[in-house]
Design a protein around this ligand. Sequence first.
Ligand code: PMP
Ligand code: GLU
Length: 406
Amino acid sequence: MPQVFRPSDNILRLKESATLAVAAKARELKAAGHSIIDLGAGEPDFDTPEFIRRAAADAVEKGATRYTPTEGIPALRAAIAASASKPLERAPASHPAITPAEVVVSSGSKQSLYNACVACFGPGDEVLVPTPAWTSYYEMVGLARATAVPVFGRQDNSLKVTAGQLADAATDRTRGIMICSPSNPTGAVYEMEELSEILDLAEKRGWWVISDEIYLRIVYGAPAPSSLEATRSRDNLIVVSGVAKAYAMTGWRIGWTISPASVARAMTALQSHTTSNPAAVSQHAALAALTRTEEADAAIAEMVAAFTRRKNAVLAALQPYPSIRYIEPRGAFYLYMNVEGFEGAEDPGSAFAARALEREQVAIVPGSAFGTPNWVRASFATSESIAVEGITRLARCFTQSEGATK
Ligand code: PMP
Ligand code: GLU
């Protein structure tokens, strides 16, 4: 008798990644010959800088083709520790430098976030998720068999949450918070004081803080503070980062955590049974990215300058449409737009995203993916002209629809 696949409980409780589903749909439509403006993808459109590509090719020639230590090659862990320690010198409180024992390299910050969730949370635990948040947080907490508790940010605070709101949402089952600054999907940045208040609260309550800082270097204006600078103690803090966004290295799949050594050991054990180690060649590429700082800083500055031009152009394109509300991005490369009331739909973001794709050939991600159905996310990680054309079509589509002016 043919075996019938009955998904396990793990899979039954899982929702497929909505961000990746939009990317797949846009790719499929393009392959079928449709001319799609893809504002869905949260992926820099730049090539990985040449010096990094060359370093990887050299590493392969020199034999970087084998398994590595599970937690990553020592040189890369040391480089991550050194690079993350730099801002600590200017931190208000004095912090010891980060050591390689606190660093675990993984196959992307997505894996690091998952490692952290599985290491720290389990059945019965509640995890506060400032919402809107990146779609995978909710699912990762679920895969750890814990419960994600959304805590909604207010629009007049750029949809960020305060320590007070987190305290109000906590129960005696609360075990942690997952925070992201600069934020995907809003581009909002938590100020030093806001972060410190949240970290202090977590320390007092004995919660884990998983701080996703993958967009830290993509900012428009003042640098975004790291939780490493804002915290008084690193005992309950797990910082997640990687090379994907700032270095345009999405496909290389390298991320990492900075955490207490005990947590690092637990995550290494987990990784030892799942991926063994991140790809050797990619680790050498990341090593070049983190140690050849002059070249890296120049490449990042150039990419951030391009993102800045696109952001400004996109906001200028929205000027003629004052009824459209959005969060002004201070970092990352997303524009979060409010489409509340769109044709009276129950899930206005999904209805609008479907309409935008069908009628305007613009791919965007519905806000329901991020826990806020009244919104949609448009990525401007694409050329300035495409981003502007896409945003203009979205604005037109929204304002022309009946009932959109609520
Ligand atoms: N965190 C956030 C907020 C993201 O937007 C992404 C994008 N994929 C990731 C983590 C994962 O990045 P990666 O696994 O490519 O390092
Ligand atoms: N983080 C990006 C996004 O939000 C890439 C896709 C994904 O991994 O979710 O679109």
